[in-house]
Design a protein around this ligand. Structure first.
Ligand code: MCN
Ligand code: CUN
Length: 787
């Protein structure tokens, strides 16, 4: 299937071209930088050149004297307003503009507001900051050393760089399993610091109306309602006087969940100048200072019998959270959903400990299609299974097949307490192996090895947990993770659906209309989806962790069903029969046994708004709403196989073939699902082969442009070959599970497993990402691969 084909609009689920593409492909999207308000001023951020330094003084007089500068804001200005620090999504605080120290290179120090963007940037050069450099903490593994400089001396009583200790699973049972296991394989591995790098960088236009006191904020946010509440709490603005508008977003990938100092500065700038203020960061600023992903230093151990029955997993992690703990995840989960590290396997016991530390790097950690750290968890377990296969000398696909959870075990309670809703794992793996031609590939590989050629086949299997809440277990800053939908059917049978979640490119305007279409038989072309404006949509926590379909999608289906029930009563009045005598067929209610006596949804809509006599207590109109508090997460899964050729002379890795079998339950729009998977697979190739946010020992950021921080292009990607199985989620109203992050979660391990497999003749058992040509070449020369 291709997305460009002309195709009829389905009355419900099925392939359908994206409605939003009509504006995107014509260049008519509206991004934050497209917003121009009358009298608008422009802000620019002065950033720290040091990773760690004391601020002795900030002299802004020359900048203030610049003819086009309207205001210069410093940490001191903000301190006067009690706004120098803001709460993070992880119950820490983060400097909006530095007052005492700078704690990472690129940290925000001052904000200049000028008539135009160029003058604002020019004036940054005129600000004189006197720094006293301090030794930085760059390596997370050394952050807790006794002689490590203390980064967060702003926090009372803080004497080290420790953030949290978190553990899950049963330690005693796990140690017991390891004590009696015949085989134990261990491996240290790093999931490097990477960056979501969306097409559009982060930015905002803040506009405070002095007369009404209303703040309108156009901003790049994946969570408009949550941002509104946080601004209300931080800035003390009344919440009903804040309107957050998240227009078209050029990719989020987790980069736009948190609140950045630039957003807050734009608001303060508008308050100070009385004008709208725009702030848009450039690419370097985005890469240096906004939410990174991963940076997990992991040690994993896997216990098994000699026959290859996996018995247990034991894991220790040092999590580098940067200078402020600003990760975005439910409060009770400081390591995100890393707790699902037991993956897709039936084992006896598991235990994991995660220690979070501060370093002199930008804050973040949860981003880049991570499903709240399930990327790290899946990578860990899938590498460990391959390491075990290496040690046992068994085929890695066969080893997985022997240990996968069996269909009859669902719903399955994992050893770390997660209830997997549904799955048929062996079926998905079998399909992937058949589709890729696994046996033939192994034969080809054997022949190539005879000739000294390097070819590798990598398998990975993943299970995700997406669609947070329920509310009672999951909150962000005390806000429970439920989401809403409101549906109105107009008198002429056209509809508008208002959502609390927010698309960043996933195609919600199409798929959510398709959910309503499926439930009510109104064409998706006749349903408008409204989102990204807090004045126009119901409250909800937004889009991340692939929760839109599992949560808002469910809310949409339930709201549509409520409309259908209302329509039934209206139809019964129209047809003068009891509602019990009516039967639904997509798009109409008809009298049981007499299908010709029927009313279509648009006839009903008109009647519901007209003078029809309705039964006592039944309101007119065809509107309904739902706040969906999910009973459980959904658990999508998949089986991936990657085939690589490695050039032994240059270390160049060529991904030749990639088969991805995904199961996200019922698919609303298969071409959108496939697009999501394609994107995620490209992410996986990028991370496995080329991406890392590197720092030198002084904490200088070495990846501030796309010359250094590499994104995969079509040149590096094969033509993806997709397959599917469909195991509906039993608790989701339409049986759908999330798909938005699956491929990013599942694919890095497949690529790394393939490269390590290719290097097997050189005795390579593990290699840390990214497997750049230099790293791979060194490995062929007998050097261990290190990042
Ligand atoms: N879908 C479907 N059938 C299913 C599941 C999903 O048709 N069974 C459709 C959905 O209706 C939606 C899309 O697939 O149009 C993704 O749905 P879902 O899995 O619910 O994920 P979200 O919409 O919540 O998207 C968030 C997810 C995350 S967390 C990241 S990170 C990421 C991703 O989506 N960021 C993206 N994919 C992205 N794709 C684009 N283009 N841009 C981003 O920033
Ligand atoms: Cu972890 S990136 Mo997405 O959840 O926005």
């Amino acid at each position: 299937m291709t997305a460009t084909e002309e195709r009829p609009t389905p009355m419900g689920y099925g392939p359908m071209n994206r409605k939003e593409d009509a504006r995107f492909v014509r260049g008519h999207g509206t991004y934050v930088d497209d917003i121009v308000l009358p009298g608008m001023l422009h802000g620019a951020v002065l950033r720290s050149p040091y990773a760690h330094a004391r601020i002795l003084s900030v002299d802004t007089s020359a900048a203030q004297a610049h003819p086009k500068v309207r205001a210069v804001i410093t940490g001191e200005t903000l301190a006067g307003l009690n706004l120098a620090w803001m709460p993070t999504l992880s119950h820490d605080v983060q400097a909006v503009l530095a007052t005492d120290k700078v704690r990472f290179q690129g940290q925000e120090v001052a904000f200049v507001i000028a008539d135009d963007r160029y003058s604002a940037r020019d004036a940054l050069e005129l600000i004189d900051v006197d720094y006293e450099p301090l030794p930085p903490v760059v390596d997370a593994r050394k952050a807790l050393d006794a002689d490590a400089p203390v980064i967060r001396d702003d926090l009372e009583g803080r004497t080290d760089n420790h953030i949290f200790d978190w553990e899950t699973g049963d330690k005693t049972a796990t140690d017991d399993v390891f004590g009696r296991a015949e085989v134990v394989a261990a491996q240290d591995m790093l999931y490097p610091r990477v960056h979501p790098a969306p097409m559009e960088t982060c930015g905002a236009v803040a506009d405070l109306d002095k007369i009404t006191g209303k703040l309108t904020m156009y901003t790049t946010t994946q969570a408009p309602h949550a941002h509104r509440t946080v601004y209300a709490m931080v800035a003390g603005l009344p919440e009903h006087k804040i309107r957050i508008i998240s227009p078209d977003i050029g990719g989020g990938f987790g980069n736009k969940v948190g609140i950045y100092p630039g957003y807050v500065c734009a608001i303060v700038g508008s308050i100070v100048t009385g004008k709208p203020v725009k702030w848009m960061e450039d690419r370097s600023e985005n890469l240096m200072s906004t939410s990174f992903a991963r940076d997990y230093h992991m040690r994993g151990e896997i216990a098994a019998t000699r026959e290859g029955k996996i018995l247990g997993l034991r894991v220790k992690v040092i999590a580098d959270h940067g200078a402020f703990n600003g990760t975005a995840q439910p409060t009770k989960f400081p390591a995100g959903f890393f707790g699902v590290f037991t993956g897709s396997y039936d084992l006896e016991a598991a235990h994991c400990e995660v220690t979070g530390v501060y370093t002199n790097k930008a804050p973040g950690g949860v981003a880049y299609a991570c499903s709240f750290r399930i990327t790290e968890a899946v990578y860990l377990v899938e590498r460990l299974v391959d390491v075990l296969a290496y040690d046992l000398g068994v085929d890695p696909a066969e080893l997985r097949m022997r240990n996968l959870l069996r269909p009859e075990q669902f719903p399955y309670e994992s050893k770390t307490g997660w209830e997997y809703d549904s799955g048929d794992y062996p079926k998905a793996l079998r399909l992937a192996l058949e589709q890729v031609g696994y046996e033939e590939l192994r034969a080809e590989q054997a022949a190539k090895r005879e000739r000294g050629e390097l070819m590798g086949i990598g398998v990975s299997f993943f299970t995700e947990a997406v669609g947070a809440g329920p509310r009672k277990h999951m909150d962000i800053l005390g806000l429970g993770m439920a989401d809403g939908a409101e549906l109105r059917v107009h008198p002429t049978g056209k509809a508008v659906l208002r959502l609390s979640c927010q698309t960043q490119g996933q195609g919600h305007e199409t798929t959510f209309a398709q959910i309503v279409a499926e439930e009510l038989g109104i064409s998706p072309d006749d349903i408008d989806v409204v989102h990204g404006d807090t004045d126009q949509t119901p409250f909800g926590l937004g889009t991340y962790g692939s929760r839109s379909t599992p949560v808002s999608g469910a809310a949409t289906a339930v709201a549509a069903r409520r409309v259908r029930e209302r329509a039934k009563i209206v139809a019964s009045a129209m047809l003068e029969v009891s509602p019990d005598d009516l039967e639904w067929e997509k798009g109409r209610w008809f009298v049981k046994g007499d299908p010709s006596a029927s009313k279509t949804i648009s006839e009903i809509a008109l009647a519901a708004h007209a003078d029809l006599e309705l039964p006592e207590g039944v309101e007119g109109h065809l509107d309904a709403a739902c706040v969906y508090n999910p009973p459980n997460l959904t658990y999508p899964f998949g089986a991936y196989v990657c085939v690589v050729d490695v050039d032994a002379e240059t270390g160049q890795v060529k991904v030749r073939k990639f088969v991805a079998v995904d199961d996200c339950g019922v698919r609303i729009n298969p071409i959108i699902v496939e697009g999501q998977v394609h994107g995620g697979l490209a992410d996986g190739v990028g991370m496995a082969l080329m991406q890392v946010m590197a720092f030198d020992e002084d904490g200088n950021h070495l990846g501030g442009s796309f010359m250094d921080y590499l994104l995969p292009t079509s040149m590096e990607c094969p033509s993806w070959e997709l397959g599917e199985t469909v195991t509906p989620s039993p608790h989701h109203p339409i049986g759908a599970k999330g798909i938005g992050e699956s491929a990013t979660v599942g694919s890095p391990a497949a690529v790394v497993n393939a490269v390590v497999d290719a290097l097997r003749p050189h005795g390579v058992r593990h290699a840390d990402m990214p497997l750049t040509p230099a790293a791979v070449w060194r490995a062929t020369q007998g050097d261990p691969i290190r990042t």
